[in-house]
Design a protein around this ligand. Structure first.
Ligand SMILES: NC(=O)c1ccc[n+]([C@@H]2O[C@H](COP(=O)([O-])OP(=O)(O)OC[C@H]3O[C@@H](n4cnc5c(N)ncnc54)[C@H](OP(=O)(O)O)[C@@H]3O)[C@@H](O)[C@H]2O)c1
Length: 346
């Protein structure tokens, strides 16, 4: 495994982070535990979860994924070997049934206490705000609806104050944002620059893959200049970048077949781009999944790639991508496809 650090800290994390959001829906607790055993054996010491998981969301399965992880910590005694990240759900969207009070002080405290209990730990190393509380562009939205600006009162100072208290109490270690925009990212930074007692956000967990490279516009420069690490989520575009949905018969037990409401990575242009990336990977003797992951792993603003898998075979292939180096020829091929079909799945 290759290692890096959470920016501005000496916390050493693997370049591959273990995503967990299928555990409790597509994966049983036993399978989840096998994935954690395997990942740790391979040197993966960074796990990402959320109170929202598993996905797709079901009210009665609230935070089951965290419970699986907590039970594994208890069973194996491995808590100290893992850098653990979790998230509080934002307002609206998938999280309405959780509390819908956004990042109010009581909401954050309640969310952290709940996660600590389920994870059977007294400390979450990286605590992330899952999506912005305000109306803005995320979760695949194109265009920009200025009228949606109505109603949000800037509470970023108070959010950071609450998180700061939790850091002082030792319940969380550091703070990250997720599905954020350049404005949101700079706004968080501004607050912690002006008020030095407030925590600085260290990471941003946004989608980043060959079908969605929007991070490169605006956020990549912030990431490099301000040292905010991208934790790249959905690096295979929900599995589309394995190429398996291009087959004449679509895979039966796979996310987009099982949950067709997930259309983000399946539009016509995304399919066409996937076809071209698949052809390029073939020409260079790589699997499409490994080429796609190696591309993400190698971008300078990526601190860690958050992989997801529903089988150990997938996990093996995905973790193994840390060793794959892309030649100039492949990178030129990727650049050419991206020039013709940029960001087909925002
Ligand atoms: N912050 C956020 O809002 C956010 C959003 C999404 C994800 N995340 C985090 O990022 C992690 C990864 O996201 P993701 O699951 O969307 O990642 P992804 O890499 O885009 O998709 C992973 C899915 O693709 C399929 N797959 C994975 N490897 C494969 C392979 N080698 N060959 C064929 N199929 C393969 C599996 O699903 P099937 O077997 O069902 O096909 C797997 O569950 C999550 O677990 C979560 O921790 C965060």
């Amino acid at each position: 495994m290759k290692y890096t650090r959470i920016p501005h800290t000496d916390i050493r994390i693997s370049k591959i982070c273990l995503g967990t959001m299928t555990w409790g829906r597509q994966n049983t607790q036993e399978e989840a535990h096998e994935q954690m055993d395997y990942a740790l054996e391979q040197g993966v010491n960074f796990f990402d979860t959320a109170e929202l998981y598993p996905i797709p969301v079901k009210k009665e399965l609230y935070a089951v994924t965290e419970e699986f992880i907590g039970n594994w910590f208890k069973k194996t005694g491995n808590r100290d070997r893992v850098v653990l990240a979790s998230k509080i759900s934002g307002k609206g969207h998938n999280g309405k049934h959780i509390r819908n009070t956004g990042f109010a002080k009581e909401a954050i405290i309640q969310a952290v206490e709940g996660s600590l209990q389920r994870l059977q730990t007294d400390h979450i190393d990286l605590y992330q705000l899952h999506w912005p509380e305000r109306n803005t562009n995320y979760f695949g939205q194109r265009g920009y609806n200025a009228h949606l600006l109505d109603g949000w009162e800037d509470n970023i100072h108070q959010v950071l104050e609450t998180l700061s208290d939790l850091i002082v109490q030792g319940k969380i270690g550091h703070v990250g944002i997720s599905n954020e925009t350049p404005w949101g990212c700079m706004r968080f930074l501004e607050e912690s620059k002006v008020h030095r007692n407030l925590p600085r956000v260290l990471t941003i967990q946004n989608p980043y893959n060959l079908l969605n490279r929007l991070f490169e516009i605006g956020l990549s420069e912030i990431s490099m200049r301000e040292h905010i690490g991208l934790l790249a989520h959905s690096p295979l575009g929900f599995g589309v970048l394995s190429g398996k949905y291009l087959e004449a018969v679509p895979p039966r037990m796979a996310r987009i077949t099982l949950f067709p409401e997930y259309t983000r990575y399946s539009g016509d242009t995304a399919v066409e781009a996937t076809r071209r990336y698949a052809q390029l990977a073939r020409e260079h003797g790589l699997s499409l999944a490994q080429m796609s992951l190696a591309f993400v792993n190698s971008r300078p603003f990526v601190t860690s790639t958050v992989v997801g898998a529903t089988t150990l075979a997938q996990l093996k292939e995905n973790i193994g991508s840390y060793e794959v180096e892309l030649s100039d020829g492949i990178l030129e091929g990727i650049a050419e496809i991206h020039r013709v079909l940029p960001n087909p799945a925002p």
